[in-house]
Design a protein around this ligand. Structure first.
Ligand SMILES: *Cc1c(COP(=O)(O)O)cnc(C)c1O
Length: 398
């Protein structure tokens, strides 16, 4: 079991092939670095697709979790769990000011939000339609792929649940044209992550918010990727200056430990009374301890500041590279979440970076996404972008 190749063999013999895998087996992480079975050390520019907000194996997170393992791992939700209570308070106090339901993943958090929206619609005039957006990504359960406005995730799983309509992200008219007296919610990512790192004009978010207020439609922000410091604030809605009725979280919330959350404003407090929704693992002691530790580190290490400073640095570097190489056509981003459109195949640039032991992520054929740890050092960020630049130049010459 001690080489990448041996692990690959076990996968081909025993693991369902639901993923395209890159032939590397990682067994250890240290900050922004991952070490594979052959002893190679990689700089990780998107730890855990954004879950690794503190990088890998942060010592404080590890210590807190070890302590929790020796104290209590799981307590079912028919009992109180002090860590869950503390975490819910913290989520509210960071500026949402609502109530939280805990689950284990982004798709589940969105599933909870969709169920809550259906309940809300049922109680307010038999409404059930939810407007989502093309190029969105909301997860892989049946309702979440239906909410996801990308046919490639839906094909082959029909029939899909009814009641979803798709608008164009950033185009308010297209949203307006889909609103009917059956619309109960609008669900969006503030920044479309998987769909290409798309950001709308500021007024788009405000127009959506006003529309929701005017028509008593729920505004659901899927912050599974934008939440927990990624954009420079704890919540992305703070960066965009909107105030959603429902927010979903997962990815970075547990720093790599599975935990998801759906937060709802006080007016929705009784929308899911006892028995209407549940999750066996949701918000267990171990997962909540992880999330509390993540917030401790974000505060103690002043990570929101790190995000803001490094964000400016990265923007400046990408702009320089664009000017010097002519191989970048657009740069989008907030905080430490960047999409860089390039003129060469993103898969080739990604592969060229991997050869130089830097892991970067491509979304779409011509877009590279950067989601480094919130605590990445300036040196490591520089190194990651330098390697990207060299890879881009090399591929651009081919
Ligand atoms: C990753 C992601 C999801 C799905 O999260 P899972 O934990 O994989 O279910 C949902 N929404 C957004 C915006 C995401 O980035």
């Amino acid at each position: 079991m001690n080489t990448n190749e041996n692990v690959a063999k076990l996968y081909s013999d025993y693991v369902l092939s639901t993923y395209g895998r890159e032939g590397i087996a990682f067994y250890k992480g240290e900050g922004s670095y991952l070490i594979d079975m052959d002893g190679n050390r990689y700089l990780d520019m998107y730890p855990g697709w954004g879950t690794g907000c503190l990088g890998h194996s942060h010592p404080y997170l590890a210590d807190q979790l070890c302590d929790q393992l020796h104290t209590l791992i799981h307590v079912p939700n028919n009992f109180y769990n002090p860590l869950q209570a503390e975490l819910a308070k913290r989520l509210a106090d960071y500026g949402f000011g609502g109530y939280t339901f805990f689950c284990n993943s982004g798709a589940e958090a969105n599933e909870a939000a969709i169920k809550l929206a259906r309940r809300f619609g049922n109680q307010t005039g038999g409404r059930f339609e939810i407007i989502t957006f093309y190029k969105s990504f909301h997860g892989r359960t049946l309702a979440a792929i239906t909410a996801t406005g990308q046919p490639k995730y839906q094909q082959g799983f029909e029939p899909l649940p009814a009641g979803f309509k798709y608008a164009e992200f950033g185009n308010f008219e297209s949203v307006m044209s889909l609103v009917t007296d059956k619309t109960c919610a609008i669900m969006l990512e503030l920044i479309q992550g998987e769909g290409g790192l798309n950001i709308a004009q500021d007024n788009f978010y405000r127009q959506i918010e006003s529309l929701c207020r005017e028509k008593n439609i729920l505004l659901i922000a899927d912050e599974v990727q934008t939440g927990i410091g990624r954009t420079g604030n704890i919540y992305g809605f703070q960066t965009f200056g909107v105030s959603p009725d429902v927010v979903t979280l997962a990815k970075a919330l547990g720093g790599g430990v599975p935990i998801g959350a759906m937060m709802a404003k006080p007016a929705l407090k009784d929308m899911l009374p006892p028995g209407m929704h549940a999750s066996t693992f949701g918000g267990n002691s171990f997962a909540c301890r992880a999330a509390l530790a993540v917030f401790d580190v974000i505060e103690k290490e002043n990570l929101l500041n790190n995000v803001k400073e490094l964000s400016e640095y990265a923007f400046a570097r990408f702009n320089d590279i664009a000017r010097e190489t002519g191989l970048i056509t657009a740069i989008r981003g907030k905080g430490l979440m960047f999409g860089v459109d390039i003129t060469v195949a993103s898969a080739d640039v990604k592969a060229a970076c991997r050869e130089k032991f830097v892991l970067i992520n491509n979304v779409g054929e011509k877009t590279i996404r950067f989601l480094p740890a919130l605590n990445i050092t300036g040196d490591d960020l520089k190194k990651g972008i330098d390697v990207f630049e060299q890879a881009l130049l090399r591929e651009g010459k081919k």
